[in-house]
Design a protein around this ligand. Structure first.
Ligand code: ZN
Length: 423
């Protein structure tokens, strides 16, 4: 049975490459959310032809949704001949901007040396194509399977997933009894199972001063210097503290096994982007966005308190220090149990297809699993897919064709095991 299934996937190699190319050629760049509808329709039309019932769900009134840039998601469902569980493959269709440094056209889907190149090849149109081929092969090989299989193409993962998976989860599309097991084909390498991700806290800190003539700064109060004091305390107190925190989560890469914080931006004084010279003013406002990634061993309240206590201490000790802080985003860490059905099913697929024991990892950044866990209350969810994680968002992004074929086999075998309950 498995041999016949794997042979079908091998026979679909050219189809898999062509589908990956077709997906790359629709430049679903986010922001702003370009060409979501034609990409969703490419997936929906193909699966409808193969007997799936297809629905398009627009994330109305979610961030960025407009008549020009509709947040179009596609969900396709194929019900087997008997009742049983539902296995769902969820991929995001959006990609980040191409950026500079490419030696090939980022939206041409060029094939060279066994790889498909293009923005989104790795993250994650290659994974999406592999899951479609896996499912199509499984349905052909075993038309009377029990349960149901779903494939979704969702938007805005790169910008938080609010118009995509979060929206669909709020409509009950990622909850039992409709869905039981979810595989997200993010590019984590074909022999690794990603159990979850670290937590996130984004916040904006503003320091305030008072405006005056730049030739007499002593008559004003410089908000940028106050922010400099904040940064100084971060350097001397907070960063060493974060670096000393280590997690038992198997986060990759190794450096992300500590707590981390990125300074996302600092803006003070006159707005950037104007032509000509600035006028001489003492800035009365400075804003900084911090991107703090935290560990499953930490509590969000403590993570926030570490920053706020520094700001409060500056209020006490530094003349005229005045600040405010605003939460921008919070994500709790998630980690699926290693003994969960979807984990065991994919692990046995990796053992059979690749003849090796899988690595279990945790992603340093978050992805749509957060919404499935928190809004959908569905915890049998992992990320598993082809592509080298380090290639994501880079110039000359690619996905290996052999890797896509191998991971399609793993996905098909795992689906079969989950549908038939033989895990
Ligand atoms: Zn991704």
């Amino acid at each position: 049975m498995l041999e016949a299934l794997f042979q079908r996937i091998e026979d679909k190699r050219a189809d898999l490459v062509a589908l990956t190319q077709a997906l790359i050629r629709i430049p679903t760049v986010n922001p702003p959310g370009e060409a979501y509808t034609p990409c969703a329709e490419l997936i929906g039309t193909r699966l409808a032809r193969r007997g799936f019932s297809v629905s398009y769900l627009r994330g109305e009134d979610t961030p960025g949704d407009s008549a020009r840039y509709p947040r179009t998601n596609v969900v396709a469902r194929y019900a087997g001949r008997a009742p049983g569980p539902c296995v769902h493959f969820n991929s995001h269709i959006d990609v980040v901007e191409a950026g500079h440094g490419w030696t090939v056209d980022p939206f041409a889907g060029i094939v060279r040396d066994g790889k498909v190149y293009g923005r989104g090849a790795c993250d994650m149109k290659g994974g999406l194509a592999a899951s479609i081929i896996a499912v199509e092969a499984l349905i052909e090989a075993m038309p009377d399977f029990p349960g149901a299989i779903e494939i979704s193409g969702t938007v805005d993962e790169e910008s938080g997933g609010f118009g995509g998976v979060a929206y669909l989860a709020s409509k009950g599309l990622f909850s039992p009894p409709r869905v039981d097991h979810v595989i997200i084909p993010e590019p984590l390498n074909k022999d690794r199972i990603c159990l979850g991700h670290r937590g996130v806290w984004w916040a904006e800190i503003e320091t305030r001063g008072s405006i005056a003539h730049g030739s007499m700064p002593f008559l004003g109060d410089c908000a940028v210097r106050h922010m400099g004091a904040v940064l100084n305390r971060f350097e001397t107190e907070l960063y060493p503290k974060l670096a000393a925190k280590h997690t038992d989560m198997p986060v990759v890469p190794e450096g992300a096994r500590s707590s981390t914080m990125n300074i996302n931006s600092v803006h003070g004084g006159q707005p950037e982007g104007f032509e000509g010279l600035p006028s001489p003013c003492v800035p009365d406002s400075c804003r900084m966005v911090i991107d703090r990634r935290y560990l499953i061993e930490e509590q969000l309240a403590d993570v926030k308190a570490e920053v706020v206590s520094i700001l409060d201490d500056l209020t006490r000790t530094r003349d005229n220090f005045d600040y405010s802080i605003r939460d921008l985003m919070e994500v709790i860490p998630t980690m699926t149990d290693r003994e969960a059905p979807v984990v065991r099913a994919v692990a046995s697929g990796i053992r059979d297809v690749l003849a090796k024991t899988p690595d279990y990892v945790i992603s340093p950044g978050t992805y749509d699993q957060k919404h499935i866990a928190r809004i959908g209350h569905l915890h049998d969810c992992i990320a598993y897919g082809p592509g080298i994680l380090d290639m994501a968002h880079r110039p000359d992004e690619f996905v290996g064709i052999d890797d896509m074929v191998d991971s399609a086999k793993v996905m098909a075998q795992a689906s079969l095991a989950l549908l038939t309950g033989r895990i």
